[in-house]
Ligand binder design. Structure first.
Ligand code: RIB
Ligand code: CA
Length: 345
């Protein structure tokens, strides 16, 4: 299903650092990010979430091989959330985090330093402000902002797959990335860096139908064939969910699509509060959509949260088509080999 190469964009590509817990849909996001000409992947950092952080590193490197991706630094980050232990999502992503794809181990070596060092160096060394795309629990991002607050000066913003207006997946009310490390999410939302929250409400709507992903599976491009298998795995996992059960979710890749093409997403700027108290609501993103002052403000009862651009709608068909066109366009010329080599020194 190869398509003509994407038209080169007239605007310079967006410098991006991706923080991932690869992950079936993180793998799809890596594919899109590496192959879209409007995205300049400067670094990839790994964090515990869907699976343990070492498996995340292994998976991310293996996916880059399948993509025949240019050199890009990949670093190991936090192996646990800020509080408590790591609780993986292997029932969704499989024991290996990639739905059992058994990709060959990569000969690529991870960045010698850790994720925080790579993020700090990449962001501070960038001549243009960087967009930090968080597709995982926000542990690395929170630690970065606390340890090296100076990076805020060269961050264009944070696009985070996380949270939800209505309902959860990890619990009835909490989305997995926020639920896995609620304190980290709270730190990121309170950081003062502009945050766009790509939550479950839009995450769950971008689907590739079975008749399409079955074609991808037979594509001669190993990356496209892998995408087909990952989408088939995603569909198998969610088949019983009436809201999304008609195909495989592109998941995290949708958040990266919105970075390449912001018009795909409709957002509203509302205060968002992360519930931290132990119990059923821990990890819930409480979005304050009120138009009038409440008694909580009048009586100073509680923090009203921090202003966040919350995704409320997505052009799910255009996002699906952008994802498919991009990954089927084949490898793109790398944006910055010198940058890649520089950060790997
Ligand atoms: O809740 C969905 C999110 O949790 C996605 O990022 C998925 O990869 C997992 O990390
Ligand atoms: Ca993820």
């Amino acid at each position: 299903m190869s398509n003509p190469p994407l038209e080169p964009s007239t605007t310079p590509p967006v410098p991006v650092v991706l923080d991932v817990d690869t992950g079936v849909d993180d793998a799809l996001a890596l594919m899109f990010a590496v192959r879209h000409p409007a995205i300049d992947v400067r670094a990839i950092t790994c964090v515990a979430g869907n699976t343990d952080v070492d498996q995340v590193v292994t998976n991310s490197l293996a996916v880059l091989d399948a993509l025949d991706a240019p050199d890009v630094a990949v670093a190991r980050g936090a192996e646990q959330p800020l509080l408590g232990g790591s609780r993986d999502a292997r029932h969704v992503h499989g024991a290996d985090g990639l739905g059992g794809q058994r990709l060959p181990s990569s000969s690529r070596m991870p960045f010698a330093g850790g994720a925080l060092e790579l993020m700090r160096m990449t962001i501070l060394d960038s001549p243009d402000p960087v967009t930090l795309v968080s597709l995982a629990p926000m542990t690395n991002v929170a630690l970065l902002l606390r340890a090296y607050p100076e990076v805020k000066e060269n961050l264009r913003g944070i696009v985070a797959m996380g949270g939800a207006l209505e309902g959860g997946n990890a619990t009835p009310v909490a989305e997995f990335n926020v639920w896995h490390d609620p304190e980290a999410a709270a730190i990121v939302l309170a950081s003062g860096v502009p945050v766009t929250l790509y939550g479950l409400d839009v995450f769950s709507r971008v689907v590739v139908e079975a008749e399409t992903y079955e074609v991808l599976r037979d594509d001669p491009d190993p990356a496209v064939a892998l995408a087909g298998r990952l989408l088939a795995h995603s569909h198998e996992v969610i088949r019983s969910d009436p809201r999304v059960g008609h195909g495989g979710l592109v998941g995290d890749a949708g958040a990266v699509c919105s970075v390449a093409s912001p018009g795909l997403l409709t957002t509203r700027r509302w205060p968002v509060h992360v519930a931290l108290a132990p119990g059923l609501t821990r990890g819930q993103t409480v979005v304050d959509r009120r138009y009038v002052l409440g008694e909580d403000a009048v009586h100073g009862v509680d923090s009203l949260g921090h202003l966040v651009d919350v995704a409320v709608d997505v052009d799910h068909e255009a996002t699906r088509d952008l994802f498919l066109t991009t990954i089927c366009a084949g490898p793109q010329a790398s944006h910055g080999d010198d940058t890649a080599r520089a950060v790997q020194r």
